[in-house]
Design a protein around this ligand. Structure first.
Ligand SMILES: CC(=O)SCCNC(=O)CCNC(=O)[C@H](O)C(C)(C)COP(=O)(O)OP(=O)(O)OC[C@H]1O[C@@H](n2cnc3c(N)ncnc32)[C@H](O)[C@@H]1OP(=O)(O)O
Ligand SMILES: O=C([O-])CC(=O)C(=O)O
Length: 443
């Protein structure tokens, strides 16, 4: 390992030299870096009926930034959540909406809940033979391995017909909570020396309730805890075709690959720290700020430390304030606003007001610092990942599971996009790269 490390370190410079591309060439050839134009607008690559993200509106004939909106299949996500009332859990109902394209009738919802509950099971000895092998702190990796291994248990793994893909997607939606929670228990036992317990899922319980029940030693949770987690799952389910993991889903689907490989690829994208993995980074960053800032009400002290993060002097030295900024949203991310309501109530209930004060100060100060110190054309605001970890922490959910919980929700959006890609677009996705290679031999 050490020899290999040394070899790689010695050879970094040669890679850097030969992989360097003059940044001016991107402008010269009109390349949209990150598939976005210089105003941050994404290159149009597809059509979708699954969801809509709104970040600007037209005022006096001019396009101006506005508060963000997120729509699922014709309904605003806040409205869908509001319509569930104080007690009803809605993950399964909204999953049906996203997958099938319309809200279910009472009967259809009952049947869908039954199907999800019945499919929430793993092949015999799968937990022992697959999940408990090589447990890791990286629950996303562990889940991805499990997803790929599940293909071996499916006689029709390679069948990419619409009905078979729908069947596989529904099965994966049901199985994801088990893959996540059991992977955590295995890690907690083998790597952290804690006692291990594996609770079977209850087909009568919802996805959020099963997650909490299987996670906890005593299997207990309160209705409020289940409601908060259910709402979080609904907020994370879907976000258009262009987000990195959903676009990955569409790219891999377009090559004719099977459901397991497609969803495994989407998982690999989601875990990245600029995407779903940001929820773990936010809590690590907040720990770091907590350790280095004495007074959580002192805006100047917080500002000075955040500047050090932006200047790549401290924390992970990447220069990013995690939980801030978004590729599409400008003034606000609607999901962050929903989270904020829960955060305030929970923080008061759990006596975490001091932490809330720090979060709220970072929420206000960070966008200003980023705007002043980075090349931002659009306004930067907190995104969905900013408060999610704080909420999960107050629910007693271990941080290793934060991105995995995002995946438990987003597998629904990936599934809907896989179906739409299979049904509408029988064309392999293949963008162009301009070659700026130097020819070193004459033919
Ligand atoms: C579920 C989700 O995926 S939500 C996103 C979760 N990710 C994070 O929270 C990670 C932190 N945020 C980011 O890295 C970015 O804001 C992203 C990846 C979300 C969006 O990236 P982009 O669309 O490329 O951002 P944008 O074009 O607005 O960036 C413009 C400038 O602001 C900087 N910037 C954007 N966000 C941040 C941030 N959080 N901290 C510091 N600088 C930032 C960019 O580095 C860029 O600067 P430069 O050109 O001077 O290098
Ligand atoms: O849309 C994006 O780029 C990222 C995002 O917020 C999500 O996938 O939920």
């Amino acid at each position: 390992m050490k020899r290999m490390n040394d070899y790689a370190v010695q050879n970094e410079a040669i890679c850097r030299k030969n992989d360097h591309i003059d940044p001016r060439l991107y402008e010269e050839f009109g390349v949209n870096r990150g598939l976005r134009d210089e105003n941050g607008k994404g290159v149009l690559t597809g059509l979708t009926k699954i969801s809509r993200i709104v970040s600007s509106c037209v005022k006096d004939g001019e396009k101006v930034p506005c508060d963000g909106e997120l729509w699922y299949r014709g309904y605003k996500v806040e409205k869908l959540i509001g319509n569930l009332g104080e007690e009803q859990l809605g993950f399964e109902k909204i999953a049906y909406l996203l997958l099938m394209g319309e809200l279910p009738s009472e009967d259809e919802e009952k049947k869908f809940r039954e199907v999800i509950g019945t499919c929430r099971t793993l092949p015999t000895n799968f937990t022992r033979d697959v999940i408990m092998k090589a447990p890791s702190e990286d629950i996303m990796n562990s889940m991805t391995r499990s997803i790929l291994t599940l293909a071996a248990y499916d006689k029709k793994a390679k069948d990419i017909s619409v009905s078979n893909s729908l069947r596989q997607c529904i099965q994966l939606i049901s199985e994801f909570p088990l893959l996540a929670v059991y992977a955590y228990h295995a890690y907690n036992h083998y790597e952290k020396n804690q006692s291990m317990y594996i609770h079977n899922p209850d087909p009568k319980l919802s996805t959020a309730e099963n997650l909490l029940m299987m996670l906890r030693h005593d299997q207990k949770y309160t209705p409020v805890e289940a409601k908060v987690l259910d709402t979080s799952l609904i907020l994370h389910m879907e976000h258009g075709g262009g987000n990195n993991s959903t676009f990955t889903t569409r790219v891999v689907t377009s090559s004719g690959s099977d459901t397991y490989s497609t969803i495994a690829a989407a998982m690999s994208s989601l875990k990245g720290s600029k995407h779903g993995g940001a929820n773990i980074k936010v809590v690590e960053m907040m720990d770091n700020i907590r350790e280095n800032v004495k007074d959580f009400s002192d805006k100047e002290e917080i500002s000075a430390y955040l500047m050090k993060i932006i200047d790549k002097q401290v924390f992970d030295k990447k220069g990013l304030i995690y939980g801030m900024g978004h590729a599409v949203y400008t003034l606000s991310d609607p999901r962050e606003r929903v989270f904020k309501k829960y955060v305030e109530a929970l923080a008061r209930e759990k006596g975490r007001e001091r932490d809330l004060q720090l979060y709220e100060n970072v929420e206000v100060i960070a966008p200003k610092l980023i705007a002043e110190n980075r090349n931002t054309i659009k306004r930067v605001s907190p995104n969905v990942d900013f408060y999610s970890g704080f909420v999960y922490d107050m629910l007693g959910i271990p941080r290793e599971l934060y991105t995995a919980i995002f995946a438990v929700a987003r597998v629904v959006g990936w599934s809907a996009h896989r179906m739409e890609e299979l049904i509408c677009t029988d064309k392999i996705i293949r963008p162009a790269y301009m070659s700026v290679m130097e020819e070193k031999e004459k033919c």
